[in-house]
Design a protein around this ligand. Sequence first.
Ligand SMILES: NC(=O)c1ccc[n+]([C@@H]2O[C@H](COP(=O)([O-])OP(=O)(O)OC[C@H]3O[C@@H](n4cnc5c(N)ncnc54)[C@H](OP(=O)(O)O)[C@@H]3O)[C@@H](O)[C@H]2O)c1
Length: 154
Amino acid sequence: MKYTVITGASSGIGYETALAFAARGKNLIIAARRTEELEKLKSKVTDINPNLDVVIRSVDLSVTAHVCAFYDSLQDYQIETWINNAGFGNFASVGEQNLNKIESMIHLNIEALTVLSSRYVRDYADVEGTQPCPPPNFMLPSGINNTMADSINF
Ligand SMILES: NC(=O)c1ccc[n+]([C@@H]2O[C@H](COP(=O)([O-])OP(=O)(O)OC[C@H]3O[C@@H](n4cnc5c(N)ncnc54)[C@H](OP(=O)(O)O)[C@@H]3O)[C@@H](O)[C@H]2O)c1
């Protein structure tokens, strides 16, 4: 059975992406910190299509050690698509930035993204029909205006 992984699926773009993939009959592995929100999403997906399997992973991906443990925990699943969506932004003048927050942002938006993308590509590069997807953060600076769903070949 094949799965689509979506990080940051508990709200916003990740949540809607999960519903879009569910509507296309894709089994899901949904990850974020807020387990309750993931449970609600799972219940909504089950309403859309009771035949789909939805796996929940509650994880803080800004913690380096959790990132590899998260990836390792999925070894038994066949992953068709990997969507790195979890992330956040920060608006403050440079001198007033909360450096703890910035550190978390770098861990999540850059480190986790790089580790998860690299491991997925390493494991699945030769598997036909698989695809990694960068987060919207990566698409906007490059001037690609497609929505995430449009940019994914599914
Ligand atoms: N909306 C925009 O206009 C926009 C523009 C440019 C880029 N983006 C990027 O697009 C992505 C989604 O944005 P959005 O607007 O949908 O944001 P959102 O509603 O705040 O969703 C962010 C998701 O990331 C998860 N997340 C945050 N910190 C996490 C952590 N430490 N570990 C694991 N998961 C974490 C959140 O879940 P939990 O809180 O449950 O962990 C949530 O599911 C983000 O990467 C964002 O930076 C958005």
